[in-house]
Design a protein around this ligand. Structure first.
Ligand code: GLN
Length: 547
């Protein structure tokens, strides 16, 4: 049976709970333990699939096709453990399950209440797969005291009571604000936050205190005393220049030791940290830099493209260069020449996206990259835009477009080179969708195989002809146009195994021009950069030598 670490936060949001959880996962692995990380989100959306990237950041997709919180991306990037559908849950999902059971009559006429029905549903979720790993790390979204969070806090309290003694611990993140006027770090908000936790029956075993200033021993002792935590379990968390320093930094200040002590695991196995030392070295010892433009729509909130940004950093690590990412809003040059906005970059990336806004600009970015021989990586919508560009400007289909935009505008303005996919094969069965399906969870989601053309650029990049990548899209390039486009030099070098769905296109007569219908960024890790990103950054380095 797994040991559980419940991770909560207080004082303010955005303290880096996800990062602390992911780093702890990596450190426990470094000590030879197996781990799984989970996120419990108190909001009422059933999943983040329908939430605006402007508001909630990127939607992270798992192999088994769940649309989840971007924290699961952190978890994967730090532990390498592929997340599953059952690693993310929201209040909306929990309540939906409870209400469905109520409708089915599963509760035999009982009155349905938060305690026990909602809390039981949360506890059932927590217990899934508890015999598979040594440690289950469960992060509760939001901060202690939030109204929506209460059922989750109550559920983890009950859960820890029902498990054998010593099997669950609580780790709480807080902030120590620094008052410049008096030159002091203040511990009161932390004391209050722990008081709030204790009022609902939770006593933290480990306190992680975010601070911009070094925490003096005296303050550490004070926090320990007032919060009823051992002094060595008060862990300082300072700002880092890269998130990938977190495992080593947390190890230095004793986080993993404090957690193992709380479980009374002694002697603690020695950690093997060479992977993270190598990661650290690759970040800090670089030889040059490249400037890459991400031409997208959700550019005001960088979290909207979180995994892409991280995958580019990994690509930089693979080549020992620093990657400077510049966010370029595609809409700005929807109606004008893109060149002034795109000149000077060593590579251009057009990421995924939904809706028509900004797409004319993205098409221009693809054209600019193709014509000027600038390395281009098109991801999902970015591939679709590259195909539309080639169809318009090379194959002479002047009104080429995507059905997505016609659906939105409610008319027929385009020749649908990219069409609405309504039927596809997944494993042994055929998935069917209609235009009127729900917006949530109805896309082609999760891991699918693709077959790459032997000898193609992508086969060379992957060093393989069979790959598996994660998808999240409703529309697809129509193979009807394959011959015409291939005659113009855009080859379909990756296809679904049944040969019906184009997965990858590439330009033969170009140093590096690849569009992929899937999301390779979701599988990249600092210690295992994704081959497409590693090679894309390599191509950017080459193009930087030309200018
Ligand atoms: N909007 C496009 C589609 O649904 C692309 C989606 C994406 O980029 N993830 O096919």
């Amino acid at each position: 049976m797994a040991r559980y670490v419940f991770i909560t936060g207080g004082v303010v949001s955005s303290l880096g709970k996800g990062l602390a959880s992911a780093a702890l996962g990596a450190l426990l692995q470094a000590r030879g333990f197996s781990v799984r990380l989970r996120k419990l989100d108190p909001y009422l959306n059933v999943d983040p699939g329908t939430m605006s990237p402007f508001e909630h950041g990127e939607v992270f997709v798992t192999d088994d096709g769940a649309e989840t919180d971007l924290d699961l991306g952190h978890y994967e990037r730090f532990t390498g453990v592929p997340a599953r559908k059952t690693d993310s849950v929201s209040s909306g999902r929990i309540y939906t399950n409870v209400l469905e059971k109520e409708r089915r009559g599963d509760y035999l006429g009982k009155t349905i209440q938060v305690i026990p029905h909602v809390t039981n549903e949360i506890k059932d979720f927590l217990a899934i797969g508890d015999d598979e790993v040594d440690f289950m790390l469960c992060e509760i979204g939001g901060t202690v005291g939030d109204i929506e969070g209460l059922p989750f806090f109550e559920a983890i309290r009950q859960f820890s009571q029902e498990r054998p003694r010593g099997q669950c611990i609580f780790m709480h993140l807080t902030l120590l604000p620094y008052l410049a006027a008096s030159g002091e770090l203040k511990t009161k908000p932390t004391q209050h936050s722990v008081k709030e936790l204790r009022s609902i029956g939770l006593q933290p075993d480990v306190l992680v205190c975010r601070s911009e200033q070094p925490i003096p021993e005296k303050e550490r002792a004070k926090i320990a005393l007032f919060c009823n935590v051992r002094p060595e379990a008060v862990i300082p968390a300072y700002d880092l220049s890269s998130i990938y320093e977190a495992p080593l930094a947390y190890h230095r200040v004793g986080l993993d030791q404090a957690v193992l002590d709380a479980f009374q695991i002694a002697p603690a196995p020695r950690p093997e940290l060479s992977t993270w030392e190598d990661v650290y070295d690759r970040i800090h010892n670089v030889d040059g830099e490249v400037n890459i433009a991400i031409v997208g729509k959700y550019t005001q909130l960088e979290d909207a493209y979180k995994s892409i940004k991280e995958a580019l950093i990994h690509g930089g690590m693979a080549n020992r260069v620093k990657v400077n990412v510049k966010w370029v809003d595609a809409e700005v040059f929807d109606k004008e020449d893109a060149a002034p906005y795109l000149e000077g970059y060593h590579a251009i990336l057009v990421p995924g996206g939904f809706g028509e806004r900004g797409t004319e600009g993205k098409i221009k970015a693809a054209q600019f990259a193709r014509e000027r021989k600038v390395p281009y990586l098109g991801i999902c919508l970015g591939m679709q835009m590259a195909v539309i560009e080639a169809a318009r400007n090379l194959a002479g289909i002047k009104d080429a477009g995507s059905e997505e935009f016609d659906h939105e505008a409610g008319g027929k303005r385009f020749t649908p080179v990219v069409y609405h996919l309504k039927e596809w094969v997944q494993g042994n069965y055929t998935v069917k969708r209609s235009a009127s399906d729900d917006k949530g969870g109805t896309m082609r989601l999760g891991a699918y195989d693709a077959a790459l053309t032997p000898g193609s650029k992508v086969a060379q990049v992957y060093g393989a002809t069979a790959i598996e990548e994660r998808h999240r899209h409703r529309y697809e390039v129509d193979i009807k146009y394959r011959d015409k486009l291939e005659e113009c030099g855009l080859s379909f070098s990756g296809m679904s195994p049944d040969g019906r769905l184009p997965e990858i296109v590439e330009c033969a007569d170009h140093p590096w021009f690849i569009g992929v219908q899937f999301h390779p960024e979701l599988k990249s890790k600092p210690f295992a950069p994704h081959p497409l990103f590693a090679d894309f950054v390599r191509a950017a380095v080459e193009s930087s030598r030309l200018v």
